[in-house]
Design a protein around this ligand. Structure first.
Ligand code: A3P
Length: 319
């Protein structure tokens, strides 16, 4: 609500007063900072994070554009990296904890408001997540050898997923946001952490330059060729599958544990809540490729296809 802006620090208030402003998706307003859009609360978290986070070379950071399957990749990465410590059986942490609790997000779980957490007690390798655009990551991340795993999703499914999601989160007095209204904002690039295309493109281009530090994945690849890409991920993170592990069916076991059907049917996801009060089930909707066909008009499809082609194809990126 509007109260959201009153509680910001003086520094953030004065920053906001100099930034381009538009109507928000969940907050009343959103602001453009370093080329991307944020709600006031998010902006406060981002500037605190930028100032205080100290990266380690061993850090692993999952970066996604919102609604690209963050929760899924968190589950996979947690299971993969900790597979020696937590063997896949009934007492695996995923059965009692949400991936959002197992892998904290910088700006949602750690750098709350102007609080400065101390993540230095987390044992290495620390795994974090964020939605931040590449050039807004804390300087210490750029100056470290930390690894970034970037996950994106095709714009039509991302948009449809985002539209459903924000309507679940909006406070009652804002009413619901129509598909047309959301579409216009998304298309203009005025979406949370948007423009969508710029977010993806920066990571794509950087992943070509520093391929040892950034692994670029798509939701569609992860769905369609899961085992190929989970093996790439394991190699990139320095924990490749051994021949014995592959023979024992470890790849399939991890994918099965983290699958939409498995996770979304667990009691903790059906009824659980996250620390900030969010119901866990809002992160599971359909989990499919092409669900946009049920929602988007031919005109919307044409516009999204054209802008995606225009913005990305020159860089050799097809999503
Ligand atoms: P849909 O709304 O299209 O179903 P995020 O975690 O980044 O917020 O992304 C949420 C999207 O990922 C939702 O997409 C959600 O249903 C889907 N999702 C959640 N868990 C998944 C899983 N295990 N496998 C595939 N997709 C999943």
């Amino acid at each position: 609500d509007l109260h959201e802006e009153e509680v910001l620090t003086q520094e953030c208030k004065s920053l906001i007063s100099s930034l381009p402003k538009e109507k928000g998706w969940i907050s009343y307003y959103q602001y453009k900072y370093e080329g991307f859009w944020y709600s006031p609360t998010r902006l406060q978290q981002v500037i605190t994070l930028q100032k205080h986070f100290l990266a380690r070379d061993s850090d692993i950071i999952l970066v996604t554009y919102p609604k690209s399957g963050t929760i899924w990749l968190k589950a996979i990465m947690f299971t993969l990296v900790n597979r020696k410590k937590y063997v896949i059986k009934e007492n695996h942490p995923l059965f009692s904890k949400n991936p959002h609790e197992l892998i904290p997000c910088f700006e949602f779980d750690l750098y709350l408001h102007d609080q400065i957490p101390d993540p230095s007690s987390i044992p290495s390798p620390r795994i974090f997540a964020t939605h931040l655009p590449y050039f807004s990551l804390p300087k210490s991340v750029h100056n470290s050898a930390s690894k970034l795993v970037y996950l994106c999703r095709n714009p039509k499914d991302t948009f449809v997923s985002l539209w459903h999601f924000i309507n679940k989160l909006r406070v009652e007095k804002m009413g619901s946001c129509s598909l047309d209204e959301a579409f216009d904002m998304f298309y203009k690039g005025v979406s949370p952490y948007g423009p969508f295309w710029d977010h993806i493109l920066d990571y794509w281009n950087e992943s070509k330059k520093i391929s040892n530090r950034i692994l670029f994945l798509t939701y569609e690849n992860m769905k369609e060729e899961s085992s190929v890409h989970i093996k790439r991920l394991a190699e990139f993170l320095g924990c490749p599958f051994s021949a014995e592990e592959e023979e024992s069916g470890m790849v399939e076991d991890i994918l099965k544990l983290c699958s939409f059907n498995n996770l979304s049917n667990l009691e903790i996801y059906k009824t659980g809540k996250l620390i900030y009060g969010q119901e866990s089930k809002v992160y599971f909707r359909r989990g499919e490729i092409g669900d946009w066909k049920k929602f988007l008009s031919p005109e919307m499809v044409k516009k999204l296809d054209q802008i995606t082609e225009h913005k990305l194809s020159g860089f050799g990126l097809k999503i």
